[in-house]
Design a protein around this ligand. Structure first.
Ligand SMILES: [Zn+2]
Length: 206
């Protein structure tokens, strides 16, 4: 790469709900929940559980803020960049049960490239909250459009929802795919096909 200069920082992401929760209070509530579930929160195996669960919530709700770095590449024009194979865990807001999201993002590089590791941070950032896959897909796309300053962004997400496989209809093989396309990805069917082929090619067997 022949990066020469770093572009000005992009606007900060709005503060997400959750970080900085009162972990003592949450631990107390978990302890009460255990009692309601017929458990004895004092018994050996459970004694530290409320604290652990509270610490996990705090962790889950505090992923790194994705400050994006852009590098000038003045000769680049319209190059398709696809970053796939990103796997994040989130929580379905309807059931508070985990969902695993495999994420692929694509954009058109025009005179600038986005630092590749930032895509992973963005993918994690929007997963660290109560979510639905459809909104997650849109939030990642809108954030990246803000980073590159154009709408030429596509995001494809394939989700495994434990709320579908461990409860309810119990369909373990069900996969949900969501795609958000903007700008030239919407206008150009060939570009859209190229992106989807590359995105799907990086999805694991799961
Ligand atoms: Zn659900």
């Amino acid at each position: 790469m022949t990066s020469t200069s770093v572009a000005p920082p992009t606007p900060a992401v709005p503060r997400q709900p959750g970080p900085g929760i009162d972990t003592d209070r949450v631990a107390d509530l978990i302890s009460q929940l255990l009692v309601e579930l017929g458990e004895d929160p004092q018994r050996d195996g459970l004694a530290e559980t409320p604290k652990r669960v509270a610490a996990w919530w705090n962790d889950f709700l505090s992923p790194d803020a994705p400050a994006a770095t852009r590098f000038t590449e003045s000769h680049l024009s319209g190059q398709l960049v696809v970053v796939g194979g990103m796997s994040v865990w989130s929580l379905c807001e309807h059931h508070m049960i985990p969902m695993n999201l495999q994420v692929a993002v694509g954009y058109l590089a025009e005179g600038q490239v986005v630092g590749l590791s930032k895509f992973g941070r963005v993918a994690r950032h929007f997963a660290g909250r109560l979510q639905v896959q459809e909104r997650y897909t849109r939030q990642v796309a809108e954030h990246l459009a803000g980073v590159i300053g154009r709408e030429d962004v596509a995001v494809a997400v394939r989700g495994v929802h434990l709320c579908m496989s461990m409860r309810g209809v119990r369909m373990e093989d069900a996969r949900t795919t969501t795609v958000h396309k903007g700008g030239r990805f919407l206008a150009d069917p060939v570009l859209s096909q190229d992106f989807l082929a590359l995105a799907a090619g990086q999805w694991g067997a799961r």
